[in-house]
Write a protein that binds this ligand. Structure first.
Ligand SMILES: [Zn+2]
Ligand SMILES: [Zn+2]
Length: 245
């Protein structure tokens, strides 16, 4: 199984990541990555870029080192209603919108509240994909998320960084989540969540998990650059105009 797209990477703009977009693109090209998402943290995270960063993404080249660049964001869920920390008029112009829960940006809650916040964000027409449900910081109903992913055809991530050894508890959660995804057959995306260029396109842990659980290549969106681009294009075609949203 070959993963040719990495939509979840951070640059120095995120505040706690250490490489530039050019560094990440070079690393991606060396690893055979064809599409690279630049998804710095949304503005409510300490050290994350100001909204102006997200308003100027259009100046970036479409391609760097032979890799197609998809500028976007990893937006933060900020409430139990599933609100995001970046206005729709910014999201509407991005090539990729990832959404997740992070400490400090989200007040925390019961399993029910966290799950409802996550699912509400999944239903946002400007959300493309959901990230790292397996991180142990917030209790989530992983079966309901997997079921909703299949129902709405919204890809949910298996995050390589969550599975790096220092994040205790992540393997058990991610394994349970992967089994539910296999059961309900929602689309899966693997993400490196790289905060340094050497980690871009690195999926070792996520791949060993999907192999262990028995997930097949056709359930994983980023085994094909065309499938990812088709998905993102269709998603943009089907959403409301900014005026209606
Ligand atoms: Zn980060
Ligand atoms: Zn994250």
């Amino acid at each position: 199984m070959e993963i040719v797209v990495d939509l979840h990477t951070h640059t120095i703009s995120s505040g706690h990541a250490y490489s530039t977009l050019a560094d990440n693109a070079l690393a991606a090209s060396r690893r055979g990555i064809k599409l690279l998402g630049m998804t710095d943290h949304g503005p409510s995270m300490p050290g994350a870029p100001h909204l102006y960063h997200f308003g100027n993404l259009e100046i970036l080249p479409e391609e760097l080192h032979g890799v197609t660049i998809l500028p976007g964001v990893e937006a933060n869920i900020t409430s139990h209603e599933g609100e995001l920390d970046i206005p729709i008029r910014y999201l509407a112009r991005m090539k990729v919108v990832l959404v997740g829960l992070h400490e400090i940006c989200y007040p925390g809650g019961t399993t029910e509240e966290n799950t409802q916040a996550y699912i509400n964000a999944m239903k946002n027409p400007f959300t493309d994909m959901m990230v790292h449900p397996g991180r142990p910081q917030f209790e989530l109903d992983l079966e309901r998320i997997a079921y909703t992913s299949a129902e709405l055809s919204i890809p949910v991530e298996i995050n390589n960084s969550s599975l790096s050894s220092e994040k205790k508890g992540a393997w058990g959660n991610c394994r349970r989540f992967a089994r539910y995804m296999l059961q309900y057959q929602g689309p899966i995306i693997l993400g490196s969540d790289a905060h340094f260029s050497d980690l871009v396109g690195g999926f070792d842990h996520a791949l060993s998990l999907v192999h262990e659980v028995g997930i097949k290549e056709n359930q994983i969106l980023n085994t094909s650059a065309e499938r990812v681009l088709d998905y993102l294009a269709t998603r943009r075609k089907n959403r409301p105009s900014i005026l209606e949203a």
